[in-house]
Design a protein around this ligand. Sequence first.
Ligand SMILES: [Zn+2]
Length: 445
Amino acid sequence: MIRSFSLLAAICTLALSALVCAAEVTVLDNATLIDGTGRAPVATSMIVITDGRITYAGPKAEGKVPAGATRVNLTGKYVVPGVINLHGHLGATKGLIQDNVNYTRENTLSQLKIYANYGVTTVVSMGSDQPLILDLRAEQRKTGRPWEARIFTAFRGFTGPGGYPTKAPGMKGVPFEVSTPAQVETALTELASRKVDLVKVWVDDHLGKEQKIPIDLVKVIISGARKRNLNTAAHIFYYSDAKALAEGGLHGLAHSVRDKDVDAAFIASMKKSGTWQAAATFTRELSVFVYAQPPKWLDDPFFTPSVSPETRATLKSAAYTKNVSANAENMLYKGFLQTAQKNLKKLADAGIPFGFGTDTGPPARIQGFFEHLEMQLMAEAGLTPQQIITSWSKSSAQWLGASKDLGTVEAGHWADLVVTAKNPLADINNMRSIEQVYIGGNRVK
Ligand SMILES: [Zn+2]
């Protein structure tokens, strides 16, 4: 708070009884610019940031340095758009415990700062929020220049009475539990009055163990949301649910189809309604089985700042790994991950638009680091670095309806971007060479 105030105040002067504020201008010089449009990179670029927004991004030879600009020499570095994560959860998890007593300003801001340190400049919180999120979002949007990842929120999502995921730890009472169109209307009216950024619904029986909301009621949610100019994202698992919801006009799938391969009929349904694969969330599947043995990356210096030493010790402990490996059902998720990866590649090849999302935030789905694991798993699924970068920038902003302000590194957008030492177009894992992160032109790392 004080930081941003002094930054703005420093360049204001009192002239002729009027307060005159000169623009705050930063020029990022000489980097290779990968702008998120999918275009070829610009080898020697200039990016001009004026009061937090990009006013020029392109070849250095065609740019002009405004008077009084602060210049940052990025020779040999790469500038990439900040990551928009279309599926996260904020506030409720501390260490490895998910519980709404954890949902404090301090905990939520600390998670948003961790996201930012890893280059995630926007996160969409998918339906598990408390009213505090709306206050934090309002504070961020007052200036448009937060010092932590930007918040978008579905506030509270929908499920059926006692439905998935209300039995998950810390999730009781979090979603709206609806069984009639009238209840849907009441909840949607509340969500619209709170100006949510989207609507979320969970459509799953958790491998037959829990109650799934009826598809017809989900269609009532989708159409009621649309009447209020709100888009709906759905947690799905099964092919049949995803296809039926695409036919019902769903805006985006918040997970991959994991029970079987998608096919031409599925693709046709998505195309007809303009339904996106908004978030593939491969790391969600990974998180269910990966801790059966302590993964090597628990000792990676790129991982360690994302969790406390206690959490890292727990994840490495024999008790924890034994608990994961003893549950045979957890191992099914290796197959679900493979199916998800095949399906994203198939959808991408068929021209279905896709964004980027991880489902980080619940216990052991590590915010910040897992976004980079997701990139790796997307590459392993057969997507090119260019496709992956475009998914988290241009495409995710478009799906959110935020393309006017966010997404690519182009004039008019907030300067939400990442500086890396190595070329992510050569290998997407080079995103781990992050050196600087900017949000609304504020250097947050
Ligand atoms: Zn989720």
